[in-house]
Design a protein. Structure first.
Lengths: 149, 407
């Protein structure tokens, strides 16, 4: 497993802890940066606000993005990621409670790479995180441009 | 009038006013016109004529020009002044003085004529007949005009009523849209917000079992497992509710649907899912089952009915499931029949309510959402669903797709 950062965008503290626990359970030891709302996520990605000075040419390995977020919601975060040259090829996995058709359509419409619904059953969630880690960290070959930058 | 057939319109009597100060004159007129079969009224002076004109409408008025007191012209002028008799035809009777003819010609436009005395009976009759005909036609036209006006008013009222209905409908539509939007927001909130705490309950119970198993005795661990089961069950109930809501508000696409194909595909999936188990299920799907409706919703119906049949035959060594079509009460209905656990017909009315279950969860799992969904879908197709069953002897679910929705 590569030593690369994962950006987790999650406003719910319990869900954050469960996500971190699921990553740990699956031996995914990458650094996880947690953003608690959409604005913070954008600050991290573009080196602004609290993350002023961060090298925005070093994107995370992938983003786990919740949809229901304070300040800037998940879809808007995704749109801004896609609109910016630095992040337009960044893998984004929507990780949310909803399996409403509209959310799925909007998510894919805005250019997410995967859409995973958080199951209630922690074991199922763990399995989902395991597969996500396996796919995005080991199996998938990301676009060379994402790495160059 | 001279034929055998008496035309209703022409048979009607009209009123004719004869005005002459000389009784002989009146008598002559009566003698000539009596044969026409109309009602002849007589006046001996202009004043008397005016009284008569005030009382009723005349088809034609014959007016002697030379009368003492108010003469024929003065009388005619007063008759014309009254709006109701403004258009009443006048025939002046005059001695053949050129001056009179000039006077009459210059008198007025419209239905005015004159005759010279002594009167020629044929000419008088034919002139009067012409005016009577004219009067009748005017009356007819007035009647038709009135009818037209009335019809126009009716049409206007109809148009107004229609506009009102349309406005009502639009208002209802707006209200419906608002309710739908609210319902959508509600569903969304349920989908997002209600499940989040359940994840915590399950996740941290799992964490406790995982990390602190050594600090919990057997009972403690059992309680936590119950907590997790309940959280997961509630998650499934929420999902069931959401799918039920979706069934009601999803878009409806009308197309030809091959039910035989869909049922066979579902059957294959069910067979595949339990290919590892030793279950023997004989599934028979009749060919040519088709309907017009929403393919996705109809698939949901068959998925639920076949899933149920599969579930409730799980304790049969030789399970049999049949999908077909038969005539029930004179109406063709599709059916899904199994030889499974069946049900007590006295609870049949509970089958299609949300969260209603006829079997203990320990016996057969389920949330009581499937048949509620099925029922709503069938309703959206304008159809009907019902079931027959017997405890231990299987069940048959029948459903129709509304009139005009079938193949």
């Amino acid at each position: 497993v590569r030593d690369q950062t994962i950006l987790l965008v999650e406003d719910n503290a319990a869900d954050e802890e469960l996500a971190l626990r699921a990553l740990k359970k699956n031996n995914i030891r990458n650094e996880v940066v947690v953003a608690h709302d959409g604005a913070e996520a954008l600050d991290y990605l573009f080196g602004t606000g609290a993350y002023a000075g961060r090298d925005s040419s070093q994107p995370p390995e992938f983003v786990l993005l919740d949809l229901n977020l304070p300040k800037v919601d998940g879809l808007e975060v995704l749109r801004r990621i896609r609109a910016d040259d630095r992040t337009k090829l960044l893998p984004v996995v929507i990780l949310t409670s909803s399996n409403e058709e509209a959310d799925l359509l909007n998510g894919y419409g805005a250019g997410c790479n995967s859409y995973v619904r958080k199951p209630v059953d922690f074991q199922q969630f763990c399995e989902a995180v395991r597969q996500l880690g396996l796919y995005w960290l080991a199996l998938n070959q990301v676009s060379p441009r994402t790495r160059e930058r | 009038m001279d034929g055998m057939v008496v035309d209703q319109e022409h048979a009607e009597k009209v009123d004719i006013l004869l005005v002459d100060d000389q009784p002989e004159g009146l008598l002559t007129l009566e003698a000539i016109l009596g044969g026409l079969g109309h009602n002849l009224e007589k006046a001996r002076s202009g004043r008397e004529a005016l009284r008569q004109v005030l009382a009723r409408d005349f088809a034609v008025i014959l007016l002697d020009v030379q009368m003492p007191g108010m003469d024929g012209y003065e009388t005619a002028a007063l008759i014309r002044e009254r709006p109701a008799s403004h258009h009443t035809p006048l025939i002046f009777l005059t001695a053949s003085h050129t001056a009179d003819v000039q006077m009459i010609r210059g008198y007025s436009v419209g239905a005015v004529d004159y005759l010279f005395k002594p009167l020629d009976a044929d000419v008088l009759r034919s002139k009067v007949a012409v005016f009577i005909e004219l009067a009748k036609q005017s009356a007819l036209i007035r009647k038709q005009t009135a009818a037209l006006v009335e019809r126009e008013a009716e049409a206007r009222q109809l148009a107004e009523a229609r506009a009102q209905l349309l406005a009502d409908l639009e208002q209802k539509n707006r209200e419906m849209a608002a309710v739908n939007k609210e319902l959508e927001a509600f569903s969304y909130s349920v989908s997002h917000d209600l499940r989040a705490p359940l994840r915590s309950i399950d996740g941290f119970s799992h964490a406790l079992l995982d990390d602190y198993a050594d600090k919990l005795d057997e009972n403690g661990q059992k309680y936590l497992r119950h907590v997790r089961e309940s959280a997961q069950h509630m998650g499934e109930l929420i999902d069931g509710l959401l799918s039920l809501a979706r069934v009601t508000r999803s878009e409806f696409r009308r197309e030809a649907v091959n039910l035989s194909q869909i049922a066979s595909d579902i059957g294959a999936r069910l067979q595949h899912r339990c290919s590892s188990s030793a279950r023997q299920v004989e599934l028979r799907v009749d060919d040519g089952l088709s309907a017009t409706g929403d393919a996705r919703l109809l698939e949901n119906v068959l998925e639920n009915l076949l899933g149920n049949a599969w579930k409730f035959t799980s304790k049969r060594p030789q399970a049999r499931i049949e999908v077909g079509e038969s005539v029930q009460d004179g109406v063709p209905a599709f059916f899904v029949r199994d030889n499974g656990a069946g049900f007590d017909m006295s609870y049949a009315n509970k089958l299609f309510g949300a969260f209603q279950r006829l079997h203990a969860a320990t016996e057969f799992e389920g949330h009581g959402i499937g048949l509620a969904s099925v029922s709503r879908i069938v309703q959206r197709h304008g159809g009907r669903i019902w079931a027959e069953g017997q405890v231990g002897a299987g069940a048959t679910f029948y459903f129709t797709i509304g009139e005009g929705e079938r193949k």
